[in-house]
Design a binder for this molecule. Structure first.
Ligand code: SF4
Length: 388
């Protein structure tokens, strides 16, 4: 195997960064590891545009790592709702508690890596940006820039260790090692604004002269990716129960597993075979009197997880007077704000039936919730190659 061409000079990128850096709110927080760590966790699988207002709002509610550590899980889950990849929120809370217990963040990559929920990428990013450690975190942007500069044609994910080793070699250059926080953020910015996945703007790139991928006419096709296997499909049936005041019954999901610890609509487990009506109804909240019945919402809600596609259908019913069901009753607006994306899609399925009074009984129509779009749908997300 031929060794790749040497990487171009770090100084050229730093000079470009000094002129063109993006103004991001977490960059104003000079060396505040809590704010930097929070931004890095939120940016995994989520775009800068979607993260920015949520990062600010999160900090208003939990202004320090101690405040986050002391908060009840339900409040953290509520604040995270709609950001997706909910294991990140559970890990964030556990990590805040570990940091608060030890009196602050460790300032080495190894120390950060030992915290709950902090993987290689986040430890390197926080180590470099907050503590000036000479490490290069490998996110999707750095992967792409490095693969193009060195014309690495080996597909991902197999090429990842080679790309990580190559990217780390920049820190052997004195200019990068002197400004590690700026250098890694310059790499992020180059990948996000110039060396973009489609149509890289090579004419504006400070490294165009040293880019082997550009010279070989390969830039846009790199990094190559191994063909994806088709994701299996899983099915579930969920139940929307509305009381006379229009409130909806939600339940807290078990702490581990997908959407763990988040609020959800009661329902079946998710499995690879569709549910028969009788099987599904065995998981429905009990209705009294027995003559009460569930109406089916038309259509299905589809939601992509990393390893499978989920297809959910919905049954709706009006809660009879005096029904004593365990769970939390929330207004449709509060439910829409608190529910994760997959469950928000179920509420959208129900929207017409709620507004049309199918569940209204004698109490008038139940208000239709206003649903926020899921931020994970936007493009340009940071991909650290690590499912959250
Ligand atoms: S020259 Fe083009 S392909 Fe190479 S690093 Fe710059 S933007 Fe990316």
């Amino acid at each position: 195997m031929l060794s790749p061409a040497p990487l171009p000079r770090a100084q050229a990128l730093l000079e470009w960064y000094d002129r063109h850096r993006r103004a991001l709110p977490w960059r104003e927080a000079v060396r505040d590891p809590y704010r930097i760590w929070l931004s890095e966790v939120m940016l995994q699988q989520t775009t800068v545009a979607a993260v920015t207002p949520r990062w600010r709002r999160f900090l208003e509610r939990f202004p320090s790592v101690q405040a986050l550590a002391a908060a009840p899980w339900a409040e953290v889950a509520e604040e995270w709702a709609g950001l997706g990849y909910y294991a990140r929120a559970r890990n964030l809370h556990a990590c805040a508690q570990a940091v608060a217990a030890r009196g602050g963040f460790p300032d080495t990559v190894e120390g950060l890596r030992a915290l709950p929920g902090i993987g290689a990428y986040t430890a390197a990013a926080v180590g470099a940006i907050a503590f000036g450690r000479a490490v290069v975190p490998l996110d999707g942007n750095v992967e792409r820039v490095t693969a193009r500069l060195a014309a690495i044609e080996e597909p991902l994910p197999g090429a990842r260790p080679r790309l990580a080793a190559l990217a780390q070699r920049w820190m052997e250059q004195a200019e990068a090692a002197a400004r590690p926080a700026d250098f890694v953020q310059a790499l992020f910015d180059l990948g996000a604004t110039i060396c973009t996945p489609r149509s890289p703007a090579c004419a504006l790139c400070p490294w165009q002269a040293g880019c082997a991928g550009r010279r070989a006419g390969l830039a846009e096709s790199l990094p190559r990716k191994a063909p994806k296997r088709a994701r299996p499909v899983k099915y579930g049936v969920h139940f929307l129960l509305a009381d006379a005041a229009g409130r909806l019954l939600l339940e807290r999901r078990p702490p581990s597993g997908l959407l763990g610890g988040m609020l959800g609509l009661p329902g079946t487990p998710w499995r690879e075979a569709p549910w028969t009506e009788a099987e599904a109804l065995a998981h429905a909240p009990a209705l009294l009197p027995a003559s009460a019945s569930w109406a089916a919402a038309s259509g299905e809600a589809r939601h992509g997880f990393t390893h499978f596609e989920l297809r959910l259908t919905l049954r709706l019913a009006r809660a009879p007077e005096g029904l004593n069901t365990a769970g939390e009753w929330l207004s449709p607006e509060a439910a829409a704000a608190a529910l994760p994306g997959a469950m928000q899609k179920l509420l959208a399925l129900a929207g017409g039936m709620l507004a049309g009074g199918v569940l209204a009984g004698g109490a008038g129509a139940v208000a239709s919730p206003t649903l926020a779009p899921s931020p994970r749908k936007a493009s340009g997300k940071r991909n650290t190659g690590r499912p959250a």
